[in-house]
Design a protein around this ligand. Structure first.
Ligand code: NG6
Ligand code: CA
Length: 507
């Protein structure tokens, strides 16, 4: 081979190599899979210290990436937390962001920057698979048999495969883009949260038809679907109704389909898992596997799911160019409406780990959640104690992919890209938490605003964090919030209360 031919050959080789690297290893345009579990607690994974349950896949994800010890949902329930990471705005700034019924109207603005439309504007293919719970349509009254919008597709997702609210709320159907999946036009769906529709039996009148009893005093005894009493009434749509045991594998299949289809492009996937929210009804092969009742089994299923996604990324050869962020929308709860043995078979497992409180709570168990980020090749494995919130993802991704956010949008989101990618140990300096009361975190201290509500939620068995007096905890020394130091440090209480008010007044 003469010299010029050799050069040509080398150039061709270089081009192929470059072509591949452009496709698979672009540093500022990784694929992003944002995985949000539902009600998974700070102590529910073995990489966060659980000893009674084993989560090898998430442990591996954490070992290969960054495990945050001070990662937060903004709120101790689902809708507000999800509103916050979708919009970059504290949910308590906006009315109507509390837990939504299954027939609620869309609460995410269609004319502002959202997490998915940020990626979409940057040329990504965007998709959501899983639980939505942010409302659909312009109004509560809507035709479930027609085009359902605005919804996920109108706030930035090119593709959506969701269920509308929670697994315990009607309608118990999947929506693909604007339509209920597998709907038979001759069997239209009707939904009502105020009065019974149709003739389907309810859990209240026919407990003998239930395969899992509802918890006394916690509702979940309206229309029965698949042997489980739900919140809300529905009729029709018999073919379209999901089978609970298949929800998770259905979501997994659809998520993997989206990944496979978009493997050559940069994509953003919001994968919203339903586990371990009630009703916990994992695939039969997981039932009984954890020894901790169905809640534990659902966590095993969740962990397996993550392993399947990781395997797929490897097989497609895109694992190095795919960032996975894994977290949970709020803290854990055991009895959240069904007698599913989560309480009786707990076996010493601590769903919130060392933290006090859980779902609904103003205590750390409400909003401090598992938070793992992996990006093989780009992010060095480590444990980070940086204070980060899910709400900060939008500003941080804006920086990463070079897509600016118009002034006024995502007002509470902070660019913490260096913390998220492990380049800096420094996160936020201040964070507001929303549970049964409002709290402020600053410099390792936590102040909880005095509240009038009950200190304990009897039904779900969770401390709310509500007290009529101010509470101040030094989290760096007392993560379990055992010792209220408000009386000892009145000046700090005053300062933090004033700062909180100032943040609350901002627009
Ligand atoms: C509560 C439900 C609870 C759960 C929660 C929403 C009752 C008594 N309890 O109102 O079962 O559905 O809402 O959970 O109805 S979340 O994770 O979506 O916020
Ligand atoms: Ca939740």
């Amino acid at each position: 081979m003469n010299k010029s031919l050799l050069t040509l050959f080398a150039m061709a080789l270089a081009c192929t190599a470059f072509g591949q690297s452009a496709k698979k290893t672009t540093k500022n345009r990784p694929n992003v899979i944002f995985i949000c579990a539902d009600d998974l607690g700070y102590g529910d994974l073995s990489c966060y210290g659980a000893t009674k349950i084993n989560t090898p896949n998430l442990d591996r994800l954490a070992a290969e990436g960054i495990r945050f010890t001070d990662g937060h949902a903004t709120s101790a329930t689902c809708t507000p937390s999800r509103y916050a990471f979708m919009t970059g705005q504290y949910p308590w700034r906006k009315k109507g962001t509390g837990i939504l019924p299954g027939d609620a109207a869309l609460i995410i603005p269609t004319d502002k920057t959202t997490l998915p439309n940020l990626f979409k504007k940057a040329g990504y293919q965007t998709g959501i698979v899983g639980k939505w719970h942010l409302g659909i349509g312009e109004t509560v009254a809507k035709d479930w048999n027609g085009e359902l919008k605005p919804g996920p597709n109108e706030v930035g997702f090119d593709y959506s495969f969701i269920f509308p609210a929670t697994a315990d709320r009607v309608p118990t159907v999947f929506l693909e883009n604007h339509k209920v999946l597998a709907l038979d036009a001759n069997d239209p769906i009707q939904v009502d949260y105020a009065k019974k529709v149709g003739n389907d039996p309810t859990g209240k009148d026919h407990p003998e038809l239930l395969k899992m009893q509802s918890s006394p005093g916690q509702g979940h005894n309206q229309t029965i679907v698949n042997g489980i009493g739900r919140i809300g009434y529905m009729s029709g749509g018999k073919m379209a109704r999901w089978v609970d045991e298949e929800i998770s594998t259905t979501f997994l299949n659809v998520a993997q389909g989206f990944i496979e289809k978009n493997q050559e492009k940069p994509f953003f996937l919001y994968y919203a898992l339903t586990e371990p929210h009630v009703p916990r009804m994992p695939a039969t092969r997981f039932k009984g596997k954890s020894g901790l009742g169905l809640r534990g089994d659902a966590i095993l299923q969740l962990d397996w799911t993550i392993g399947e996604i990781m395997k797929q990324l490897k097989l497609l050869g895109i694992d190095k160019n795919t960032m996975i962020v894994f977290t949970s929308d709020n803290g854990p709860v055991l009895d959240d409406g069904y007698q599913d043995e989560a309480v009786t078979k707990l076996n010493g497992h601590k769903p919130a780990g060392v933290l006090r409180g859980g779902k609904y709570s103003a205590l750390e168990g409400g909003t401090r959640v598992p938070f793992i980020l992996s990006w093989p090749g780009q992010v060095k494995p480590q444990v980070s104690s940086a204070l980060v919130s899910q709400m900060d993802l939008i500003a941080s991704f804006s920086k990463l992919i070079g897509q600016s956010i118009p002034a006024g949008d995502a007002p509470d989101s902070e660019n913490l890209l260096d913390a998220f990618t492990g380049k800096s140990p420094k996160g936020r300096s201040v964070l507001v938490e929303q549970g049964a009361s409002i709290s402020l975190l600053k410099d390792g201290w936590k102040y909880i605003v005095p509240g009038k509500g009950a200190a304990f939620m009897q039904d779900v068995g969770i401390e709310t964090g509500n007290l009529p007096i101010a509470q101040l905890y030094h989290l760096t020394e007392d993560l379990a919030e055992k010792s209220n130091l408000a009386a000892k440090y009145p000046e700090r209480v005053k300062e933090m209360a004033a700062l909180l008010e100032k943040i609350q007044e901002q627009k």
